[in-house]
Design a protein around this ligand. Sequence first.
Ligand SMILES: *[C@@H]1O[C@H](CO)[C@@H](O)[C@H](O)[C@H]1NC(C)=O
Ligand SMILES: *[C@@H]1O[C@H](CO)[C@@H](O)[C@H](O)[C@H]1NC(C)=O
Ligand SMILES: *[C@@H]1O[C@H](CO)[C@@H](O)[C@H](O)[C@H]1NC(C)=O
Ligand SMILES: *[C@@H]1O[C@H](CO)[C@@H](O)[C@H](O)[C@H]1NC(C)=O
Ligand SMILES: *[C@@H]1O[C@H](CO)[C@@H](O)[C@H](O)[C@H]1NC(C)=O
Ligand SMILES: *[C@@H]1O[C@H](CO)[C@@H](O)[C@H](O)[C@H]1NC(C)=O
Ligand SMILES: *[C@@H]1O[C@H](CO)[C@@H](O)[C@H](O)[C@H]1NC(C)=O
Ligand SMILES: *[C@@H]1O[C@H](CO)[C@@H](O)[C@H](O)[C@H]1NC(C)=O
Length: 446
Amino acid sequence: MKYPKRFLFLCCISIITTIFYLLYGSSYSTALQSIPIPFTLLYFSDIIPFSSSSHVKRSKKFSTINLNDSQPLFQSHLYSHYPYLPIHIYTQNLTSLKNISKLILLGNGIFGDRKWGLSSIGQSSTKLMTELSCPFLSNYCEVTDNKTLFPEADAVVYHMRDDINLREARRYRQPEQRFVFALWESPTHTPNLKSYKKFFNWTMTYRFKSHIIAPYYSSNAYIHTSSDYYKFLIQENITKNLNLQFQKPIYRPSDSILDEKKLGTIAALISNPGGSSGRLMFIKHLKRYIDIKVYGRQGEACPTNVNCMKFISKNYYFFLSFENSLCRDYTTEKFFTPIKYPIVPIVLGRTNYSYFIPSSGFIDTNDYTNLSSLAQYIKEIRQDKEKYLSFFSWKENYVWGISGFLTPLCDLCLRLHLDSKPNVIDDISAWWNDDACTRPRKFKRL
Ligand SMILES: *[C@@H]1O[C@H](CO)[C@@H](O)[C@H](O)[C@H]1NC(C)=O
Ligand SMILES: *[C@@H]1O[C@H](CO)[C@@H](O)[C@H](O)[C@H]1NC(C)=O
Ligand SMILES: *[C@@H]1O[C@H](CO)[C@@H](O)[C@H](O)[C@H]1NC(C)=O
Ligand SMILES: *[C@@H]1O[C@H](CO)[C@@H](O)[C@H](O)[C@H]1NC(C)=O
Ligand SMILES: *[C@@H]1O[C@H](CO)[C@@H](O)[C@H](O)[C@H]1NC(C)=O
Ligand SMILES: *[C@@H]1O[C@H](CO)[C@@H](O)[C@H](O)[C@H]1NC(C)=O
Ligand SMILES: *[C@@H]1O[C@H](CO)[C@@H](O)[C@H](O)[C@H]1NC(C)=O
Ligand SMILES: *[C@@H]1O[C@H](CO)[C@@H](O)[C@H](O)[C@H]1NC(C)=O
């Protein structure tokens, strides 16, 4: 191909991908939504039919789980209460940590922000670890964006939606360093990763099989009040004067809350059409059987000056927590935000939602072979007050507001202390993309 021709080709690709991103791109959390989005090349994974995805096993007490290739030494523990996430800071015995500080370098920005939205970068470890919601790791780690410290860093974290300076990475890389692949998008909205062969050592994503699990759960985290982690934080709150403020969700909506739900049965909040999950088509078809109101750019605007989720939960019974992609474990704020409110989520995604909340707390569209039976079930619950209220009872012993979107950096800190085994990821593209996503359900033409 001659140069000008290739240039033209690249231009076309850029324009198409930019348009595609603007239409379908999903964002990490409301906190990050304001950061300008860079241009990125998209990569489409092979879409495969739904098969039972590999999930970690559930258990009653702490149980050690085997995440195989990724976690042979640094074992994960599943928590005995929802969510069943193998998040290490919940379960690790910290008395075994050596009194040294590990250095984590942010290798690039997150949507252009070099400091990843952390206000305590460059300040004391205590301040930073408190901002990350792991004050008990004070002085065990520092996080920096100062590239001068590249050769000294124990880990260099790269956000895969931002540009990576490969020349710098190759020049300053040390053999004992961990290069960490960080990503919160689904494979359908991920750049081409084929050139990163034998580049990364660890992964930090929402997938349960990551070395450091970084679910969207973090930014809306809730925890059982009888858990060790909760007790730990309460203790830290006193000893370190943290002034933690937890929220208590409503676990039995009052009659007056229910009486206010007058605008309709179901609402959704959708800003982009969300290509690969076919969620708009799903809604269009479900509407034949039950009333649904769509808010956001794909529907009606929420009233101005109100929190849209709050408005919806006040006025409707059910919320459509429909993901934009049907990809393994991909579960976003679309699910984690509404569970703080007095509204019942109806889910569409390729996730076993029972790892996050008891199955008594949500309705999974996957459990229904046809839309009329799904709609019938929803109507039944709406008309039966006790049945409807039972969807909230799991929240009785939980508090919200215990961690932040970047709390997984605490887990990275821990792992740097506890896992000394070398690891090289041969083919990150295969790990991320193969067998990851599913095609949406087919509907007859209306
Ligand atoms: C989902 O997880 C629950 C609880 O761990 C388990 O009982 C159920 O079998 C899982 N479902 C699927 C389809 O894997
Ligand atoms: C994961 O580990 C289990 C038990 O240790 C083993 O049976 C299984 O084959 C492993 N899977 C992979 C993909 O290595
Ligand atoms: C943690 O480990 C220390 C020694 O390594 C042990 O003395 C202590 O009992 C452990 N704590 C818990 C809660 O298991
Ligand atoms: C850890 O090391 C620092 C200095 O490096 C020291 O001030 C501190 O007392 C030590 N803490 C413990 C618990 O040993
Ligand atoms: C980065 O680190 C180097 C070496 O410690 C230091 O000299 C420099 O002032 C730091 N730069 C910033 C912007 O903090
Ligand atoms: C943390 O401590 C502050 C001040 O001592 C107190 O007001 C607050 O209720 C505590 N938070 C929790 C969750 O206990
Ligand atoms: C929908 O599914 C239910 C239960 O699986 C079944 O009884 C019903 O006949 C189905 N309706 C249609 C229209 O296929
Ligand atoms: C990290 O990956 C690089 C590149 O494959 C490798 O050379 C290095 O030994 C690995 N380091 C660790 C600590 O696993």
